[in-house]
Design a binder for this molecule. Structure first.
Ligand code: ACM
Length: 574
């Protein structure tokens, strides 16, 4: 009996530290983390050992100090001392986006090799503190919003040892501003959310059949005409769809707006990737400049129906229309300093080309010159591949890289030799894994943004329960949070093949706005699925655990509440 008692006590003693392990709220989960006992309590005044570091690193430290001053009772300053409360060490052996973070009861030490690494270390540190810090609200403001929230002037951070770096270098989020427009402030709010969860690319879908949102000085009608729809289907979260009953627009971003967004994103270590969708999904441009369509005499209008694929596409057989596309990209590249330009290439019917004399002649010439293949089926698709090559030549001449949707390699008749020669990065949605497999076989990099089951299209209905607001899809299980979380962006078989898997460079959460006309509904659908994709983007596959994730995103609902973000409550831990 005594023996049993002793062994039971021993077992309890063994388990006790594990049971008592303090909760650490970091999403996405770090690559390696040891949770210790005890906490670091921020001193009323503290130092950060950054004063001797390069300016780019000092900036990160100063931003942290400013946020802590604003949100707590603790005042920090940058110091030259090696014995600072928070030490910062440059360690070139750490991966570009990685960092090490050690929190003991006495000190905090951070090492990284880049400003970005330090930025992520500070994001992690803030994430472990009371939510008002990440929300950038002072204690009074936070308690006005959530009176039950307990805050102290000297916030605590759990003792941890973290060695972190992301799984993928591309961790993107796409927003469709073509179907519905979002203001500069709303986009900043979205970028703030992305930065909390360590996303690093904002893919900005700027043009659609339903609206042209990028100012092009050479073609002013793109915005005076192309950014106005005669009516627009809106969505009220409670009442459902309704028609505005008046023109929607003019809504567009000036060059200054775009530069403001780029700068705001840059401070959050997010690069903006502009997308101008061509040669399909371009009715808004053709409404403004019908001469670039295949039927200049016909009727062209900004599309008012929010979904669909339309046959009114750019006349790629007309050198003037091709030059128009180049001119637009020139202004895009003038305004957006990043490395990537996305030119769409999705869902482009060829029917308008088939009945257009210029396109017929263009195809014949290209075949004669051996520039495209003479196909029996999907005969006109190579015109799109050739157009993509023309745009790529232009983009490459500016030292930038082109991005395409997967139809560029999966549409029947696509000229794979041409696409391979562009070196484009392929964003894979449908068929997502099929598209990625083709891209990898061509030696092209693929980004996974699954549209099918385990869906990264996080605008889709997130649940099939009664009263759920209208959205794309039915809220089927495979679009719900657990399925999104469980989705493996790189299938097991591919993971075992290093030659293939090295082309799977990232993942992206994608948000189309057919049914979403305001920021509250945006947030409701995006959160918490945005966090599930972030964890796939950053954390090792083998660390993923839905129940653990559920506990963390449930804790983050405090942050969502403080920052005015609606969210889906379907899977919150009880
Ligand atoms: C897409 O969803 N049309 C890329």
């Amino acid at each position: 009996m005594k023996k049993i008692l002793l062994s039971t006590l021993f077992l309890i003693a063994m388990l006790a530290p594990a049971c008592a392990r303090q909760f650490v709220n970091i999403t996405p989960l770090p690559k390696q983390m040891e949770v210790g006992e005890g906490v670091y309590r921020f001193p009323k005044s503290f130092t950060v050992g950054a004063a001797l570091l390069p300016d780019s690193l000092k900036v990160e430290a100063q931003r942290f100090v400013d946020v802590i001053a604003e949100t707590t009772g603790c005042k920090g300053k940058l110091s030259k001392s090696k014995k600072a409360d928070i030490s910062m060490t440059v360690d070139k052996s750490i991966a570009y986006e990685g960092y090490k973070l050690s929190v003991t009861e006495k000190t905090i030490s951070i090492s990284a090799s880049s400003a970005r690494g330090f930025f992520y270390a500070f994001q992690t540190l803030k994430k472990m503190m009371p939510a008002n810090v990440m929300a950038e609200l002072n204690m009074k403001q936070a308690q006005e919003k959530l009176p039950w929230l307990k805050l102290t002037k000297r916030p605590e951070v759990p003792c941890v040892e973290i060695a972190d770096e992301p799984r993928f270098w591309y961790r993107g989020f796409m927003l469709d501003c073509g179907r519905h427009f979002f203001t500069v402030d709303e986009i900043k709010h979205i970028l703030d959310g992305m930065a909390i969860y360590k996303y690093n690319y904002f893919h900005w879908h700027l043009t659609e059949d339903q609206g042209w949102r990028f100012e092009v000085k050479k073609y002013p009608r793109l915005t005076t005409v192309g950014s106005v729809a005669s009516d627009c289907r809106m969505t009220d979260m409670e009442k459902g769809h309704y028609w505005l009953g008046k023109p929607y627009g003019p809504y567009f971003y000036t060059h200054e707006d775009c530069r403001e967004i780029v700068e705001y994103a840059r401070n959050l270590h997010i690069e903006v990737i502009p997308e101008i969708d061509m040669p399909g999904h371009i009715m808004s441009a053709l409404a403004a400049y019908p001469e670039f369509s295949c039927n200049p005499e016909g009727e062209h209008k900004v599309q008012t129906y929010q979904g669909g694929v339309w046959s009114d596409v750019l006349n790629v057989g007309d050198p003037k229309a091709v030059q128009f596309a180049r001119d637009v990209l020139t202004e895009v590249m003038d305004v957006f300093p990043g490395q990537y330009v996305h030119i769409g290439g999705d869902e482009c019917p060829t029917s308008a080309w088939e009945s257009n004399a210029q396109c017929q002649e263009h195809l014949q010439n290209l075949i004669k010159e051996g520039k495209v293949k003479d196909l029996e089926k999907h005969r006109f698709r190579p015109l799109q591949s050739y157009f993509i090559k023309q745009m790529n030549d232009h983009i490459k001449a500016r030292g930038k890289k082109m991005i395409l949707w997967n139809e560029s390699v999966t549409a029947g008749g696509a000229d794979l030799d041409i696409i391979k020669s562009t070196g484009a990065m392929i964003f894979c949605w449908n068929p997502c894994q099929g598209g990625a497999a083709v891209a990898a076989s061509l030696g092209l990099d693929a980004v996974i943004t699954e549209w099918g089951p385990g869906c990264y299209y996080i605008n889709r209905k997130q649940h099939d329960g009664e009263g759920e607001p209208v959205a794309a899809g039915t809220g089927r299980k495979s679009d719900q949070l657990p399925a999104v979380y469980a989705y493996q962006p790189v299938p097991e078989k591919v993971m075992q093949d290093t030659e293939k898997s090295r082309h799977y460079v990232g993942v992206q959460a994608t948000f189309w706005t057919e049914h979403v006309s305001d920021i509250n509904y945006f947030n409701y659908l995006a959160y918490p699925r945005l966090l599930a994709v972030a964890e796939a983007a950053w954390s090792p596959e083998e660390k993923k655990d839905f129940e653990d994730f559920r506990t963390r995103f449930t804790a983050d609902t405090v942050l969502f509440d403080l920052t005015g973000r609606l969210y889906g409550k379907h899977f919150i831990a009880k």
